[in-house]
Design a protein around this ligand. Structure first.
Ligand SMILES: Cc1ncc(COP(=O)(O)O)c(/C=C/C(=O)C(=O)O)c1O
Length: 352
């Protein structure tokens, strides 16, 4: 039976029998074949698209992979409190795993910029929450200063244990496909995840578990694309609030992952993100949050630019569950029509 990613991939992780395993049975998420989506995007290419649905982790995002490692190691080192800056998912995950570990969690969030589902999670798990009068980058700066000065463990992806835990998603993909994909598409915010995936693919390749590594293709939102632009963005703007980040901590490792893998990092517009967001749900029944859809918006953009020959195996990480951010759906969708309980009117409207 599945008991979380540390038990599943212990030999690849910096843990020993002395490490207390704090787990919510994260990982082992579905890799869903998306043939309807593939036909909708590129009817002429027979692309073998798979969706790594990380929204089915315990707190609804890929962050749980890194957090089980960061919190377990913090507990091993005798820490009693953790702190993070977050656009929402990191704080939700840190609060949950800290609660489970009997630790205090302090989270610093950009005021008014966190999706309601994520904020509710940090609250109910018992974190101390600060709504910072600033953006994510300001929050991360503060958190790193606090981590230097006070006995609290920083659990943002500046913490290498987060990268270690998150690389296990690449292992799961290779185990399932019994080979590495040709391309891996994913969104890029603070850039820990693209760094982690590339580390995982390389480790599996070096171990001879796969005969190749994928081209890593990262996607930022056009209004929050420092890596694409080549300079930090002071006031990043995007509807995909999870990746509204102007100065990614793992900027260099992300560039290295793109370069080493013969991949690249590019940007998609909010409109392209919302188009992909709806298409994934309406063609495959998979509901991810807006930032996650940047990966599929990237597949659409890459197809239109002629990247694919045909039949390539493309894995896309859907990083967070759509339920995290219901307000965006309501805002981006048609309002439901109001009707009286009249069978004729309803049958007529439904064109039965
Ligand atoms: C749904 C979702 N999709 C993509 C990303 C980008 O991953 P990274 O490039 O590894 O940062 C995030 C990141 C969120 C935070 O950074 C945070 O929660 O503070 C996310 O929540």
């Amino acid at each position: 039976k599945w008991k979380g990613i540390i038990e599943a991939y212990r030999e690849y992780l910096p843990v020993s029998e002395k490490t207390p395993v704090v787990s919510l049975h994260e990982g082992n998420t579905p890799l869903i074949k998306a043939d309807n989506l593939s036909k909708a995007i590129a009817p002429d290419k027979n692309l073998q698209i798979y969706l790594k649905y990380e929204g089915l982790n315990p707190t609804g995002s890929f962050k749980d992979r890194g957090m089980t490692m960061a919190i377990s190691k913090a507990k091993e080192e005798g820490k009693t409190a953790v702190i993070c800056a977050s656009t929402g998912n990191t704080s939700a995950s840190a609060a949950a795993y800290a609660a489970r570990a009997g630790m205090k969690a302090y989270v610093i969030l950009p005021k008014g910029a966190v999706a309601v589902g994520k904020l509710s999670q940090a609250m109910i798990y018992g974190a101390k929450i600060i709504a910072l009068m600033g953006n994510f980058d300001d929050a991360l700066t503060i958190v790193r200063q606090i981590g230097e000065k006070y006995p609290v463990e920083v659990v943002n992806s500046v913490n290498p244990y987060r990268i270690e835990g998150q690389k296990t998603a690449a292992f799961e993909i290779c185990d399932y496909l019994e080979e590495a994909p040709d391309f891996h598409f994913l969104p890029v915010g603070n850039a820990g995840n693209i760094t982690a995936y590339w580390k995982g693919y390389k480790e599996y390749y070096q171990k001879g578990k796969v005969k190749k590594t994928p081209r890593m293709i990262g996607w930022q939102a056009e209004g929050a694309a420092p890596i694409v632009k080549g300079f930090p963005i002071k006031n990043p703007q995007t509807i995909a609030t999870a990746i509204k980040i102007g100065n990614p901590y793992s900027w260099q490792p992300a560039l290295q992952a793109a370069k080493e893998s013969n991949g690249f990092i590019d940007a998609v517009s909010d409109e392209e993100i919302l188009e992909a967001y709806k298409l994934i749900a309406s063609t495959e029944g998979v509901f991810c949050e807006p930032a996650s859809a940047a990966s599929v918006a990237g597949v659409i953009k890459a197809y239109r630019k002629g990247l694919f020959k045909g039949s390539e195996i493309i894995t896309c990480t859907l990083t967070g569950n759509g339920l995290k951010d219901p307000d965006t759906v309501i805002m981006a969708s048609e309002k439901p029509i109001e009707m009286p309980p009249d069978i004729n009117q309803i049958a007529k409207f439904l064109e039965l």
